[in-house]
Structures are given as C-alpha cells and as structure tokens.
Design a protein around this ligand. Structure first.
Ligand code: ZN
Length: 401
C-alpha cells in the first residue's frame, strides 16, 4: 500500500488489534464438540463474514513474541498470510508499548524494529515509543524524549534503506500542550502519519482537547492514528481532527469482559445469558460446588430450553425459571440486577434483529456466555456492529456531511 492511497481515503479507517481471536468454524453448539483447534482449523472474524468487519489489522510486536509458534509463523509466511488476509489488506505494526510500560526504556532498537516490519511485510510501521503512564510520572520527560529521538532515528533509517512501507511516527505526551509539541516536532521530521498513544484511560473531553491542540499544529497532508480508541462519543469528531485511522478491541472484548454490556446493537448493549460449564474445562466454575440437592440435569435442560425459546417453542416463564435456578446454583451471590438484565435479554431476543452472518448462523448461542466459541463469536458480532457505525460515518463523509 502506498501513502497516497492511504490518505486519499475520505473517512476514518477502523483497525482491530490481533490477539489471536479465532473460533472453531465446526463447533457444535448442541454437543459442545470442537473438532478443530489451533491456527489451521480455526477462523478469524474476517473469515466468517462476507467482508472483513474492519479496514485493517494491528499487530503488536510484544503480543507476537508471547508465542514462539506465532512468531515463527509471522516470519515464515509474512503478516498477511499469517493472518489470512489479502496482500492488499492494510496491516499496521507497532511495538505494543503497553507491554513494556514498566521498563525503564523500550526493549527494542529502531534498527531491529525496522528489520521486523520489513521482513514480515507490514504496510505501515510505528516508531519505537515509550508510554507516559501518568502526567506526574517521574520519567515523563525522559520517556517523551525517548519517543521523539526514536521517531527521528526510525525515519532517518527508513529513508536510508529506501523502504516501501509507510513509516508512522509515535507521539506520546501528558496534556494538550505536550502532545501538540511532540506532534509538531514529529511531523517536522517528515512523517505523513502520526500515531497518538497513551490516551486509552483519558476522558473523552481530555482526548478532544488533546486532538484539538494537535490538529491545530499539524502541517497540511499529515494525518493521525489513535491507539486503542473507538468510543462512540469520539467518532463524530475524528475527521475534523484529521484522524485517518483508529484501532480498538474493546467492542470485541466486552463480549466476555464486561459484567453486563456483552451483546451490542446500535446504541444499546445487552447482558449475555450466562450458562457456566459444569463439565470439562469449566467444571470448577459450576459443578464443583458440593450440593447434594443439586439437579445435575439442570444445565442440559436449561440449554435445551434456551434453544426451544429461540425457536418460538416453549414458554418464557419456564426458561426464565431454569435460568434463575441454574444461576443461583452456580453463583449463590450472583448480582440480582444482572440476573434481571439477563432475563430481559432472554425476553427481548435482540439477536433476532441482527442481520450479521454470526447471528444468522448461531441464533441464541451468540448471546450465551459460555466458552470461547460462543463468547468470541459474540465479540465478532460486536465488531461487525461497530464497523457498520464506521461505514455509516464514511457514507455521510462521502455526501460531504
Ligand atoms: Zn450479529
């Protein structure tokens, strides 16, 4: 991909960070059997929808290095084949500064990171940065300088080697002024794309103040990438602040990490229906509790009742009663407010209104909180819903809105 193609895009691109989020396409929701495990058998979200539910992927070096297998695959196949995307699909590389936030300095040299991006065939590569954890961090000036010095060395070496991929200058700071100054200096080095980091924990008004300060100082033709941000309140402001791309996995991860905002629909989030596994890997979570009065068939009857409810067979009261009993058995102190939300999801059946390929294929199982094959599929659905929001913004941008 060349820089002109990247910048001629008229709306903000949505990237998703790769954390090996895959599911078994042959998973049987009734028998719970999973015939395929591992990279070859499993499928990424972009392989389960007719079109990928994002514009690009972000691969962080620290994440990639956590697994020897993954690292070897990336080196042997190149990043596009390792992720099974077409050679034209944009893949952005960064170091993953959150992974070494506690280290005094980044564990990589600029030369080694340039080698890595080049060898793996990345389309865009971010300079070696160092996060500033808080505004009063004792090393904030040092980390600020390291990020700037590395950006300069990275671009100089990128030019000296005559590399074809797009260099991205990382920008760190702690307030609007420090971000704006770093962005101006990094743009002056010759970067056309800057990536702003360290904003994930900032409030939306703080981020907007930083974006306003940064975009005011940017020379014409320079765009921004925002690390880790796709929150709804920011989306309408991105174009005005020259944000050409963002990445975030929060919609995906809320499918299993949020206490009650697991299944997303436009403008609304639903609590997934938790049915912990009492057999196999999940045994400790549910069935290990010693309870002589426990009806051991309850879990199976609940799952069957949930499916019947989805198929408009059976009664809501019965399935709600089974769900309540099973929940109280597994977790006696389960929050009543969350149980109420689960029952509400059960009653409304929001997945029936979703046209995405996952919901059409899985039905109620997409809303059941139980194991990787259901939970990640729900995350893929959430990603698809978020991406539709980006597509809508793009459409309005195309109309000059
Ligand atoms: Zn869906």
């Amino acid at each position: 991909m060349n820089a002109d193609a990247y910048f001629s895009f008229d709306a903000t691109r949505y990237f998703i960070p790769d954390w090996d989020d895959r599911v078994d396409p042959g998973f049987d929701f009734v028998t719970e059997e999973s015939p395929g495990k591992g990279w070859e058998a499993e499928r990424y979200a972009h392989e389960l929808f007719p079109e990928p539910p994002y514009d690009g992927l972000l691969v962080s070096k620290v994440v990639e290095e956590k697994s020897r297998q993954r690292r070897a695959r990336l080196r042997a196949l190149g990043v596009h084949a390792a992720l099974r995307v077409t050679p034209e699909f944009p893949v952005l590389g960064d170091c993953g500064a959150f992974g070494y936030i506690d280290e005094p300095s980044p564990p990589y040299t600029c030369a080694e990171v340039l080698d890595y991006y080049t060898a793996c065939g990345f389309d865009l590569g971010v300079s070696v940065d160092h996060l500033i954890p808080t505004a009063d961090h004792p090393d904030r000036e040092l980390r600020y300088r390291i990020t700037l010095t590395n950006a300069e060395e990275f671009l100089t070496e990128h030019r000296r080697r005559g590399l074809g991929w797009i260099p991205v200058g990382a920008v760190q700071g702690w307030d609007p002024e420090s971000y704006a100054e770093a962005a101006a200096r990094t743009a002056a080095m010759g970067y056309r794309l800057l990536a702003l980091g360290g904003l994930v924990r900032a409030s939306t008004p703080e981020i907007l103040a930083i974006l306003a300060a940064v975009s005011r100082t940017l020379p014409a033709g320079v765009g921004l990438h925002l690390f880790g941000l796709s929150r709804e309140a920011l989306l309408p402001h991105l174009r005005a602040h020259r944000v050409v791309s963002v990445d975030s996995a929060s919609a995906l991860r809320q499918a299993w990490l949020s206490p009650d905002q697991n299944y997303h629909m436009p403008g609304q989030a639903w609590c997934a229906i938790r049915v912990p596994q009492s057999e196999g890997r999940g045994r400790k979570k549910a069935g290990a509790r010693h309870d002589v009065n426990f009806d051991s068939g309850l879990e199976g009857r609940l799952l069957a009742a949930l499916r019947a409810h989805d198929a408009d067979e059976g009664h809501l009261d019965e399935v709600a009663d089974l769900l309540t009993r099973y929940t109280r058995h597994c977790t006696p102190d389960f929050p009543p407010a969350r149980l109420k939300k689960m029952l509400h999801t059960l009653e409304v059946r929001p997945w029936k209104d979703c046209p995405c390929a996952i919901c059409r294929a899985c039905g109620i199982d997409v809303a059941i909180f139980r194991g990787n094959n259901r939970n990640r599929r729900r995350g893929f659905h959430n990603t698809w819903v978020l991406y539709r929001r980006f597509l809508a913004l793009r459409k309005s941008a195309g109309r000059g809105g």
